[in-house]
Each structure stands twice: as C-alpha cells, then as structure tokens.
Design a protein around this ligand. Structure first.
Ligand SMILES: Cc1ncc(COP(=O)(O)O)c(C=O)c1O
Length: 392
C-alpha cells in the first residue's frame, strides 16, 4: 500500500494539498483548538467558528488584494453553482439600474474552453423566455486549426462584444483544455463601464488578478484553495441588490434565497449552515500560502514548473504533442498527447510505477493532463519531467 510520500497526485481537481495543511485539518476535525470537539461539530454561530470564518475571509482578502469596493462571500454550489448565481444576481442589479429600458439585455460570453462553454449554456437556459439573450462574443473553436478544438485564445479585436452587455464573462483558466489567458484578461478591450465576471476556479492564488477590474471573481476551492464544498465569491458591493425588487420590475428570473448574493453578504455568509470543514481547510491553506511568500511566490513557482514541463514537450521531437498554442498555454493544466493509444498507455503505466498518478486527460479531450496546482512542489514536477525525459 503506497504511503502519501510515495505518490505525486497530478489530479485536475479535487487535487493535492500540502500535507501539513491536511494534518492540521485532521486534528481540527477531531478536536478544534482544545475544545474537545471538532470544528465541524460546533455551531457555525459559535464565537470559535466565527473566528475561523473571519480569519479565512481576511487572509483571502490579503492574498487576493480585495479592495474595499468588494465583498467576499463564502458560498456553496461549486463553480457550476456560480454559473447560475452570477447570471441571476447580475441581471437583478442590471434591471434595477435600467428599469425603463425596453432594449434587449445581452450577456456576453468569451468561450475559450469546456467550462466557459458550459457557463454560457447555463446562462441561455436560465434566460429562456425572458427579455435577455446570450451573445457568445468569442467561440475559440472557430479560430482553431480543425475548427473544433479549444487550442488558443485569439486576440480581442476578433471578438464580438454586444453594444451594452449586462456583463462580460470569461474563464481565466480552462481546466479541461489547458487554455489560460496570457497574464490576464485583455481589460482594455472591454466596452466602457462593463461588468466583468471571471471564473478562476482552477488558477486562483496561482497569480495576481486585478479584482478591481471585476464585478465578480469566483472559484470553487477544491484545486488551489482547499477542498470541495466551498465556493469563494468576490462581488463588487453595488451589485448586492434587492433581487425581489428587481424581479417585480419584470423580464428577469426570480432568485432563490440561497443564490442571493446580498442575502449572503448581509448575513456574513451565515444565512444558512455554511460548509464549515471546507472553510476551515481553506483558512489553513490561505495561512500556508501567506507563510510561504504569498501569491507572488506561488506565481513564480507556477511559471517555473510549467515552463520546464512545456520545454520537455517542445523538445521531444514530436513524441509529446502539445494541444494548445504557446501564448495560451495553461500553467496549471498541461495538456498533450502521445502518438497513439498504446504509447499513451505505456506512458501512464510507467508514470504509475513511479507513483506519478492521475495523469490521464479529461475524457472529452483525451491524451495526458498534468495539473500543476499550488500543492505540487517543484520537486514533484521535476519527478514527472525526469520520467518524461527517460520515457522518451
Ligand atoms: C474552471 C472551472 N470552472 C468550473 C468548474 C466546475 O466546478 P464545480 O465542480 O465545483 O461545480 C470547474 C471544475 O473543475 C472548473 O475547473
């Protein structure tokens, strides 16, 4: 039976977390802070848990440089939950700001991979039968060589924003396809005063993001920021609105209470029982990142780990074939193929023998995917790199 130290887990999410974080988490689950009770066994309204959640939010704000204009919400529902809550809440805010407008409201989606594509699909579904329509301002597949792959992000002057969108949505890192915006979203391309929404589920805390440029930034915690169960949502405060009042103006969907950003903000993310253990683990993860140089340090590590791996791929005389063009390659999810299924199997077997696990690509894309999240150390990445050199 392998030991934790014998294995490097390259899973795409949920994914590996620092062992020291998990050891503390395990201890806290049994006996938090000498209470004789675990952190998930006490009231979420107790002073002990309040302290946990306040410190978690405060450390997250520090790590993300969250300005005073924005609020942090600890929610549930994962990344996919946020596909819906973003639409519902931002449409309500839009309606209150544009009550008289008879013009059709549009939501612009920048589709660069499977997740933004899913998000656009959910927006279409939620707005069926309303005055709202979804404009896919970019479908990156149309800019790929085979016309069907997510393999690059074309420059913003080739996108087609609508005239006055209620928001523009993008996914900063596409986990399945291994596509990431180069450094950041091209903010200068946006129509003036546009609400920008970012899904950062799979590259959160791996590089700086300018929160002030966004209406909403959100991510499921289970990759760089903790375990599944917690969704971190940063919302600009003017978007925390009375969604019932907005609904009464007509033309937009009603917002379930549990999806309502203002309700969560007004109740300091304790409107109902929050995912207490997941919050605790995220708090420990944030503390760990802060104690090890913060986002700047993890950003440098991510650059080093991924560029070394891409170098091996690019210098393999075609054995390893990258799926994504260099300027849009993800630092978190390195996606590539081998010449045939047989060689791919041999590669995975070889890796497995060395304890290098979970390298199989997503079923929709195939090939190999090595996820290099914050929990993967540079030594861990080096093990894979050495294996790939010797396999070649
Ligand atoms: C970029 C991105 N967005 C959204 C999701 C969906 O997240 P969840 O499974 O937490 O709903 C994922 C999941 O891996 C993801 O990688």
């Amino acid at each position: 039976m392998p030991n934790r130290n014998d294995v490097v887990n390259f899973a795409a999410g949920p994914s590996t977390l620092p062992t020291v974080v998990l050891e503390k988490a395990a201890q806290g689950l049994l006996n938090y802070n000498g209470l004789g009770m675990g952190v998930a066994e006490i009231s979420h309204r107790s002073k002990e848990f309040k302290a946990v959640s306040e410190k978690t939010v405060s450390d997250f704000k520090t790590l993300m440089d969250v300005p005073d204009t924005h609020e942090v919400l600890l929610m549930q529902g994962g990344g996919m939950g946020a596909f819906s809550t973003v639409v519902l809440n931002l449409l309500a805010a839009w309606k209150l700001q544009n009550p008289e407008s008879n013009a059709k409201t549009t939501l612009d989606y920048i589709v660069t991979g499977s997740w933004s594509n899913k998000a656009a699909g959910e927006a279409k579904r939620l707005t069926q039968g309303t005055d709202v329509s979804v404009n896919v301002a970019l479908d990156a597949r149309n800019h790929s060589q085979d016309g069907k792959s997510f393999s690059n992000i074309p420059p913003a002057n080739e996108w087609k924003y609508s005239e006055n969108p209620a928001f523009v949505y993008y996914c900063d890192n596409e986990t399945v396809n291994g596509v990431e915006f180069d450094k950041s979203f091209p903010y200068d391309s946006l129509p003036p005063n546009t609400n920008l929404v970012a899904d950062v589920s799979s590259n959160i805390l791996s590089r700086k993001i300018d929160v002030s440029k966004h209406a909403v930034v959100y991510g499921g915690a289970q990759k760089n920021a903790g375990i599944a169960g917690l969704t971190l949502v940063i919302v600009r405060k003017d978007l925390l609105v009375d969604t019932d009042a907005a609904f009464n103006l007509g033309g937009i969907p009603q917002v379930p209470h549990l999806c309502d950003y203002k309700r969560h903000a007004d109740n300091e993310s304790m409107y109902n029982t929050p995912p207490m253990f997941a919050i605790y683990v995220s708090g420990l993860t944030f503390e760990h990142i802060l104690n090890h140089g913060g986002v700047d340090e993890y950003s440098k590590r991510s650059d080093r780990k991924s560029s070394k791996l891409y170098q091996v791929i690019d210098n393999s005389n075609g054995l390893y074939k990258p799926k994504v063009s260099p300027e849009s390659r993800s630092r978190m999810n390195v996606v590539f193929t081998l010449p045939d299924e047989e060689t791919e199997k041999r590669y995975l077997n070889e890796a497995d023998k060395l304890g290098l696990k979970n390298l199989k690509g997503h079923r929709s894309v195939g090939g190999i995917r090595a996820s290099l999240y914050n929990g993967i150390t540079e030594e861990d990445a080096d093990k894979l790199i050495e294996m790939m050199k010797s396999f070649k």
